[in-house]
Design a protein around this ligand. Sequence first.
Ligand code: 26V
Length: 809
Amino acid sequence: MPQLTRDLWKEKIISKLKSDKGKELEDASNKDIYDIISSMVNEEIMPQWVATQKKYKEENCKQVYYVSMEFLIGSLLESNLLNCGMLQISNEVLESIGKNPQEVYSQEHDAGLGNGGLGRLAACFMDSLASLSYPGHGFGIRYRYGLFEQRIIHGNQIELPDYWLKDNYAWETRKEEEAICIHFRGDVHMFRKNDGNLEFKYENTDKVLAVPYDVPIVGFQNQVVNTLRLWSAEPYYEDKDNVYREGSKYYHDLDHKHSIEQISGFLYPDDSNHEGKELRLKQQYFLVSSSIQNIIHHFKKNYKLPLKRLPEKVVIQINDTHPSLIIPELMRILMDEENFSWNNAWEITTNVIAYTNHTIMSEALETWPTSMMQELLPRIYMIINEINERFCKGIWFDHEELRNQIPNMAIIADNYVHMARLAIVGSFSINGVARIHTEILKKQEMKIFYQLYPERFNNKTNGINHRRWLLQVNPKLAGLITDVIGPQWIQRPKQLISLLKYSKDSSLLERFDTVKSENKQRLANYIYEQTGVLVDHHSIFDVQIKRLHEYKRQLLNIFHVLYLYNELKENPNLNMVPRTFIFAAKAAPSYHLAKEIIKLINKVASIVNYDTTIQNKLKVIFLENYNVSLAEKIIPAADISEQISTASKEASGTGNMKMMMNGALTVGTLDGANIEIRDLVGERNMFIFGLTADEVLNYYQNGGYRAIDIYNTDDRVKRILDQLNQGEFGSHEIEFKDIYYNILYHNDPYFVLKDFEPYIETHELVEQAYRDKLTWLNMSVTNIAYSGKFSSDRTIQEYVAEIWKLKKL
Ligand code: 26V
């Protein structure tokens, strides 16, 4: 980077304001300044981007392509400034011209191209790949609308469209000349060629144009810039001249245009009807067909090698099963367009594709009706059929011991295509995202496949990008850490372990305390702006932020709040450390019970926050529209990180890692990556409670749990449930009955009541620990010290070494 002085920067901002915006500095809005700075950053990035791609080409290196329906990249200006080494200068210059840097950076609308952990993981991986100088790129969809924007109105979740592209997106470049044609439907004709092989031709297909928009992924101060390529669906005009001649005909065919643009319209369109479900399938095929065509085109052009050597230069990681159609699509291209035999095409495909599983929740195990697949993707369906037949035959003849399992393994069964089975059969690596998750895949969910392909299964415990989630979002803590142990941790996060030496130094611990306290004050201000509720930054900030799902058990958390509230009502002078419970969560629009839980949290908030008899000892805050930017505000201020999923259900969790790295202490079950956090910091430095995964699985298999017994024997539980049922919290009687019925009549499928008592007891320990400030700070710093393992740099190194086999640039 050229040596930029403050003065030069300031001059440049002023002159660009004039030339680009026609404004003087004093008239410039935060958005104007945002536009100017992002364009200055782009000037810096673009040449590095070109140079990186040139180097990859010259070095002929193997590349990984990460294909994902979600990339939750959040906002990029601040992280790009950080990674280009320009953040400090930018902050200083902005302050010198009377602008608040955070207000300028927050002008960027989050790219909400994702829904949760899986999408955010993809974003962290992109950053780590670039920061570690690996040739790795992402392929995704440029949804015109991201995940909905959430408003809370009278306690209810209301979904508004998230039109994130409304102001132009500073970081994308449209590459129309690299657009690709995608075919849907049509007739498939089969011919026998002179050499006896079969040939397939398609006619009357519906063509759609996939236009790439490239987003640069900037490595951390290493001049490497990789690419996230997002595809946008547009009408395909066979003959452009004809469009001009018959322009008005095309112009009037708006319905057609609209239906095509729907393909990249929304993330996860409503799939409760046939059209919606088919649209999701279209999206998946659109993503994989454009991506693999692009990969092959690039391979042929740059490597000048025969396609059979594809696996030497290309590895494709599919993020969950959503992109698994890439398997039959690659087969189709190799056979129908490149004349490979089935066996050779299969050899290539299964050496290129690797699959990551992110959940064992059955609703996420995708299946597609065969009739839908056959109609929308006739040739792809034929290929899946053939993969299935060969696979089942292989088991029948070569694995007698598994013969009776064929119905549970077949890719096509009961008129559905089972995507996870397709992904397993068609890839050389299958990984879970935390140790316990991978073990559950091997021993339960995918047990028979593990018997068949033990060598394919491996674990890659998730990680988070410590540059964004510590250095960027918590500059004060990062600065303090650097003061104490030096800056090496930024490149090598495991060096955070050096903090352990200081974890008993009380004057130093006080400095950590000051940082946390300032962060809490800042969040308290934000909470006040957003909700009008005053919260005390000396109270314990007890945080649960994540998608709303029954298995994540926000319900257990709010039951704890109700328990405390009931106690306080009995005894207003109860000696307790004041608590602020902070929630943020979106519920899937069609997930009724999840929305009821949001309503309940808001209802409890509206009662507790205004009850003067409890002397401000409890506050409940639900911050609306949870997204990456909101997480960035909350995490540095957390004291307690709630990771309380029903054991076995949370594949890994990554919020647990983000909060640990920012010094929060975990209250958690032995689930997902919590277990690996426990292995490092020990039970002394976190608050573990509740059923284990084995116990949960045992109950599911053998029964023996009766929620009603707990209701009948534990007065605290009975009181809370009766409050829900009797409308004490609802404006009318039946408001929370669904929650009540789900627990008592559906026997509490996520063991909320079973874990209630241990959870309450654990929180009593939390309170005791908090009262002893130095002990608490020692625990907190110990957590930070061990959090280096959870950098996504470590995770990426493992993928590289064990699956991708890449070389650094
Ligand atoms: C499934 C479905 C099903 C249909 C509706 C839309 C939809 C969207 C996403 C999914 C898959 C969800 C999988 C997921 O996000 N898993 C999370 O992955 C994180 C990263 O590995 C992990 O930390 C979380 O524990 C896991 O829940």
